[in-house]
Design a protein around this ligand. Structure first.
Ligand code: AR6
Length: 175
């Protein structure tokens, strides 16, 4: 099995040049704060237009699932919008839903023959998922995906951490 390169980087995900960056969106797909706000602000109106078209077709994006759009003016080629779970104490399927966000985003990237993808720390801002728990779910979900899909087109996965502590956490988990 060829293992893709998995690395932690620190910075703003809107600046990352990858085939896809992932947005921590909400089910409406109409934008919000945090990463979502930054992506729509820097990417311009083309992203929202495509999100609206997807909404018209499928009525939003359920938690744990993902959709793909253009990246507008961003250096990335595509934006994959996924909806993380709101942290509710941990017994409401949060880990499974968070893992699905990572795995469905990878599957979508794969369907589009993409080679590189960059994830933010989904659900760990407004949605309140404890950062240490989320980082374990995220890195395990990505590793599991590649174990199950050894012939994946994806060669590079970046975990983009906004803060110093998040970055240390991922560095520790990825070695
Ligand atoms: N680049 C990389 N990471 C960032 C950036 C950035 N530009 N900005 C923030 N982060 P959040 P959620 C980090 O709140 O918890 C929105 O309103 C941030 O420090 O963006 O999944 C949506 O519309 C945190 O670690 O996403 C939803 O309603 C992580 O990104 C809701 O927030 C995620 O924080 C989703 O909440």
């Amino acid at each position: 099995m060829r293992t893709p390169d998995m690395e932690a980087v620190q910075g703003d995900i809107t600046k990352i040049e990858a085939d896809a960056i992932v947005n921590a969106a909400n089910s409406s797909l109409l934008g919000g704060g945090g990463v979502d706000g930054a992506i729509h602000r820097s990417g311009g109106p083309a992203i929202l237009e495509e999100c609206k078209a997807i909404r018209a077709k499928q009525g939003g994006c359920p938690t744990g699932e993902a959709v793909i759009t253009t990246a507008g003016n961003l250096p990335a080629k595509h934006v994959i919008h996924t909806v993380g779970p709101v942290w509710n104490g941990g017994n409401k399927n949060e880990p499974e839903l968070l893992a699905s966000c990572y795995q469905n985003s990878l599957r979508l990237a794969e369907e589009h023959q993409l080679k590189s993808i960059a994830f933010p720390n989904i659900s760990t801002g407004v949605y309140g998922y404890p950062k240490d728990k989320a980082a374990i779910v995220a890195t395990d979900a990505v590793k599991n995906y590649f174990q199950k899909n050894p012939d994946s087109s994806i060669e590079q996965v970046k975990f983009v951490c906004f803060g110093n502590q998040d970055y240390s956490l991922y560095k520790g988990l990825l070695g």
